[in-house]
Design a protein around this ligand. Sequence first.
Ligand code: ADP
Ligand code: MG
Length: 594
Amino acid sequence: MRETLHSAVKLLRLSWRQHRGKTAVSLALVLSNSVAAPLMALALKWLTNSSVAGDVGGAGMAGVTVAACAIVVLTLGHFAHIAYFELSEVNLLTMEQRLILLANGSAGIEHQERSEYADRLQVLQQEIQQVQNGLYAVLALSSLAVAIGITGLLLALVNPVLLLLPLVAIPPLVCGQRAQEVLDRAREETAPDTRLALHLFHLATAAGPAKELRVFRLQNEIQRRHHELWDRTTDRLWKAQLKATGLRAAGQLVFAAGYVAAVLLVVSDAIGGRRSIGDVVLAITLAAQVNQQVSAAVSLMHDLQRIARAFARFEWLEKYIAEREPHPADLPTPIHLSQGIHFDNVAFRYPGTDRTVLAGVNLDLPAGSTVAIVGENGAGKSTLVKLLCRFYEPTEGRILVDGADLAHIPLAEWRGRIATGFQDFARFELITRETVGVGDLPFIEDLPAVSAAIDRAQASDLVAKLPDGLAAQLGKSYREGVELSGGQWQKLALGRAMMREMPLVLILDEPTSALDAEAEHVLFERYAEGARRVGQATGGITVLVSHRFSTVRMADLIVVVADGHVVEAGPHAALVRKRGLYAELYGLQASAYE
Ligand SMILES: Nc1ncnc2c1ncn2[C@@H]1O[C@H](COP(=O)(O)OP(=O)(O)O)[C@@H](O)[C@H]1O
Ligand SMILES: [Mg+2]
């Protein structure tokens, strides 16, 4: 309850900050609306008594008052809506922006990679929409509070016993609250199923998977699974709805009994001559209003509770991210590398899991070198790379950059000095030059810089063939947008990685998996020349994860990862001579090409 009121205050404060005038006008309109309803009941009493007494003038005036109140009740709410509608939209926008900030506000990516947190983000994304109704709920609730106060006062004047009426309104409130808890629990429990169903839906409707769905004849299977998940979800939700409805009905029943008793009480007063007929009309009208007020209050409280929960989740996320603040950033970011990067007995376990993914990694990446990482799927190559990007911190050991512990280097500066290209690259549906240019934001408008990066990624041909070249709008989201193939998107992602000309580390994690081996070979042969030149000047290191040994063999240092361990490291010739795992894998691939 306190949380709910708290979030009401937060919401009002949020609106107040967006627009004071509109918030004040909305509040004033809604409040005058709430005074009008009980006043109408009072005017009805006046009208009845004047009519019974044969006072034509009084009855006429009372009638006009009733009409005026009715007009206020019917129209002011509408005007208020106009005033707060826009505010609600702005509130929603603000919350969405805060969510974007929060989702990306942490150093690491754990909350997006772990299912229990991903669930929370998912629920939050939905709940945030409630904020739009939230302002209405707060305004309506404050107006209800005033209305209930006036109604209570008038009822007390008729018969103090009638003041018990709002008391019988408590059971529906409590039951309503319980009902909401039942529903929320059900929603939280069904979130994983809903998420999977959504994934299946995307699989079944997106262009990418369409080919595999047809060839493997998976349409029915996906549909079956989707159906099964929804069946399970709706079944669970339906049961929760039934239970919640039962609870709510029980609460309302208590109130209904109280209402009937109240009416009987006033009627018996009137029969006994202690009250006028007008009082009976007043009491019946007011009691009916109490009923409306209570059910409105209950449903508004539900809305507010949901918002309170969304706020609580928000705060959870804020706290979670604040708690994950990295180590004190008390060491400077090197400008150049003179020694290189050293993995000092690094071990790693993904948070919340108990499997050690990397163990006892001792590794030197010399300044100015190009390093290739090879190993089977799941060996731990990408994890190694994620540690270098500091998406996660090592569970044990340290990563030293020219002798300085990476964990103590200011994160933002470190991120500014590395560049990355990933296998699961992002598709920025922007204008081509921006899609590449975002790789180094300060230079996004610098056409020569963007062109040079595209050239380094050997994507110039691709861009030249686009209808508007660098100015072409990319992506299916636009009618005029050009849709690229996976390989073409990947080349632009590589261009993005090439935007920063002299990074301390360029990390390429299977960035050309969509290219053929020959194209990849040519690309890196040309790239490596440039990288060596830059490497000699700044000590910058290129780390490349690849499965193509024709590319890998060009590297100065090859690191072989197997099952979370570095099993071999050295230049191609030395590793071949050693006749270990590398020689074996290399031999397999080489013979396949003969
Ligand atoms: N976000 C994650 N949470 C938990 N385990 C993960 C996560 N990402 C990868 N893993 C596990 O870590 C191991 C190494 O994965 P990864 O480094 O991606 O392998 P590679 O890039 O060599 O194919 C795998 O067993 C994988 O299942
Ligand atoms: Mg990988």
